[in-house]
Design a binder for this molecule. Sequence first.
Ligand SMILES: [Zn+2]
Length: 55
Amino acid sequence: MAAKRKTAAKKPCGPCKGTGEASVRVVVGARRKRTTEHQQTGMCLNCLGTGEDPN
Ligand SMILES: [Zn+2]
């Protein structure tokens, strides 16, 4: 039996640690005079929300 060719190993994405979500701090004001404590959870831009490292 031929050795199966491994599909790309699933690595957890670094920036989001495999969660697929990234916290983004909301900054109000162009000059950053104000910052808020609000954090917005968004899709990780590295893995596009899959939680797997695409590289
Ligand atoms: Zn990610």
